[in-house]
Design a protein around this ligand. Structure first.
Ligand code: GLP
Length: 261
């Protein structure tokens, strides 16, 4: 695991976008695993800039998103308030500003009538695409990767996940409340790739920013490897993992494994 500490959020986003762009240039038909949340927004803006100003080409790229709330789905015809799906987030924050083909975009379907069947099909679709070349990951406030909450086994596959109160509160504060939605409208479950699914990606890019992440970043990168903090699996991921932090998120790290830039 390479840990890179940057001075600010903007530099984290620029470096993360450069790593994604490197994969896209080296393998134009690569498969990207994508994340949601506040953290990757800057990275997505930088990718959009690279597409518009530098011609970074997504025409052959395929994507798989990590997770989606259960019971919500893409509703571009509805007012913003009524659609806090990750699908909508991805379309607005990234996809509609790139030349990516609709048929190459894969998002967990939060409106599926048969979640278990959907999860199996999602796993199969990842396999059929040849696996994920680069997986972008954030770290949740309770140490979750994707929506793999504390206690989720490291060999888990795509599944339905009950969300913890902390995750619901964090995500309510960041997205649902600003959109004018009530606590009751905040979903309680999600579809998520499992840790085992994510472990099969050929490379990881993990980003975390801000002082609110400092302690969970320490536990994830330097604490005990345990399903109590599912992001601690980063320490045993067997292939190339680059972790990019800003100074605030890195504040509690003790080790000397990090490089400052
Ligand atoms: C959500 C997502 C995660 C993400 C996490 C962090 O719960 N399911 O994939 O990493 O939030 O979110 P943020 O970047 O807003 O802190």
């Amino acid at each position: 695991m390479d840990i890179v500490i940057k001075t600010d959020v903007h530099s984290v986003s620029r470096l993360a976008a450069n790593i994604i762009a490197r994969v896209v240039r080296e393998k134009p038909n690569c498969v990207l695993g994508l994340a949601t949340g506040s953290t990757p927004i800057g990275t997505y803006r930088e990718l959009i800039r690279m597409h518009k100003e530098e011609g970074l080409d997504f025409s052959q790229v395929s994507t798989f998103n990590l997770d989606e709330y259960l019971g919500v789905g893409l509703a571009l015809d509805k007012p913003y308030k009524e659609d806090q799906s990750y699908a909508r987030f991805m379309v607005e924050e990234l996809f509609h500003q790139l030349n990516i083909k609709q048929e190459n975009i894969h998002l967990p379907d939060g409106l599926t009538k048969d979640p278990d069947e959907f999860c199996k099909a999602y796993e199969q679709a990842i396999r059929d695409a040849g696996g994920i070349d680069l997986q972008l990951l954030g770290i949740g406030g309770d140490g979750h990767l994707a929506f793999n909450e504390p206690g989720t086994p490291f060999d888990s596959r795509t599944h339905v996940q009950l969300l913890t109160d902390q995750t619901r509160k964090d995500n309510y504060k960041a997205f649902f409340h600003p959109a004018g939605m009530t606590w009751e409208e905040m979903p309680t479950k999600a579809l998520t790739m499992g840790i085992g699914t994510i472990m099969e990606a050929k490379e990881w890019l993990v980003i975390a920013t801000g002082s609110s992440k400092a302690e969970i970043v320490r536990q994830s990168l330097e604490g005990e490897v345990s399903t109590r903090v599912t992001a601690s699996v980063i320490q045993i991921y067997p292939r190339k993992a680059t972790v990019i932090l800003d100074k605030k998120a890195a504040a509690n790290l003790q080790g000397d494994s990090s490089s400052n830039h």
